[in-house]
Each structure stands twice: as C-alpha cells, then as structure tokens.
Design a protein around this ligand. Structure first.
Ligand code: HEC
Length: 169
C-alpha cells in the first residue's frame, strides 16, 4: 500500500514538472513570429501576450545581450551618461547575460553558461556595475533590479498601448 502511494506521488510530480515546462515554453518565448507580432498590435489579448513576453527571462537575456552589443543610450538617468557598445565580445554576450540573470536571483535559460559568464562579467562590466551587479547609486545602474529600467520603460509603453486599445473599442 505504501508502495502504491509512492508511485502515485511520483507520477503527480512528473506530471506537474511537464506542465510547468510546457507553460514556460509557451509563455516564455522571446522570439515571437511576425504573425504573433501583428496579432499583438491588433487585439488586446495579443497585447497581454506581449506584456508576458516582456517579463520573461528569455526577453531579459536578449535585452542584456542587445545592450552589450549595441550599447545603451536610453537616458536612464545616470550621471555617467551612455554605455558604449562592445563592452564585451558578441560571443561572450549570451554567457554574460546568463550570469547577470543569476545575479538577480533568477534562473537563466542556460545555467551552464553562468560560470564562464561570471569571468567575462568581472573583467568587462564589474568596473562600472560593480562585482555584485548592484551598480553605483546615481552613476551606474543596478543590474539586479527586476525589471531592468529599460525593460520597465517598454512594459509601460505596452501598457499604455493596451489602455489606448481598450478605450478605442
Ligand atoms: C564604462 C562603464 C560601463 C561599463 C564597462 C558597462 N556598462 Fe552597462 N551601463 C553603463 C551606463 C552608464 C548605463 C546607463 C546608460 C543609459 O542611460 O542608457 C548602462 C546600462 C546598462 C544596462 C541597462 C540597465 C537597465 O536598467 O535597463 C545593462 C543591462 C548593462 N548596462 C549591462 C552591462 C554589461 C553586461 C556590461 C559588461 C559587458 C556593461 N554593462 C558594461 C555603464 C557601463
């Protein structure tokens, strides 16, 4: 009898794990298709979907990579001004992004990149953003805040668009 309960428990656990995974994969994708994007612009349901995407870890990783490769001139309100492009190699960027995600206490899509990413981070980013990623108040942004400032701006813009859409109906 005890045996049976153990088997039932295991099955329930495996089932839940599969379900979680499925939800993560459908909700967490940062690579929306063109079709999804246009649908998103047309209906409020689509807007909600795009809000979810903006909050996903995959999006956070892509955003960090983009900032590394292209720099950041978003007027985020720091005394230093803009972050120049190419502070690290494009090849190292996804690994650094995995490490920065882990600094924020989140689970990166590729946990196996964190260790290497940390080394790149310390030599390429730590000088400004601090080894702990917490930045320097007023001068360099805290990379452990959730959502990051640039993403928060995009979320606010998407919410404004959603409200306009709701009013227009
Ligand atoms: C020379 C100093 C400097 C270095 C080195 C540097 N950054 Fe930055 N970073 C900044 C500044 C300043 C900003 C704010 C720019 C703005 O207002 O758009 C910033 C912004 C960012 C943002 C956006 C923050 C947000 O809240 O949206 C991310 C992500 C980021 N940096 C990651 C990195 C990573 C990863 C590295 C290493 C590859 C790095 N930075 C190296 C100065 C630096």
């Amino acid at each position: 009898m005890k045996h049976l309960w153990a088997v039932a428990g295991l099955l329930a656990f495996v089932g839940t794990a599969f379900w979680f995974n499925a939800v993560r994969h459908t909700g967490g994708s940062a690579h929306g298709t063109q079709k999804e994007a246009t649908a998103g612009a047309r209906n409020v349901g689509g807007q909600k979907e795009s809000l979810e995407r903006l909050r996903s870890i995959a999006y956070l990783e892509r955003y960090i990579e983009e900032v590394i490769n292209k720099g950041s001139s978003q007027n985020l309100g720091f005394a230093y001004g803009d972050m120049p492009a190419g502070m690290a190699d494009a090849e190292a960027a996804p690994k650094i992004a995995a490490y920065v995600v882990s600094l924020a206490g989140l689970e990166p899509s590729h946990p196996e990149w964190v260790k290497e990413g940390r080394l790149f981070y310390i030599s390429n980013c730590g000088g400004c953003h601090g080894e702990d990623g917490k930045g320097v108040h007023g001068t360099f942004p805290d990379l452990t805040r959730v959502p990051l400032l640039g993403i928060a701006k995009r979320i606010e813009a998407a919410q404004r668009a959603e409200r306009r859409m709701e009013m227009g109906r």
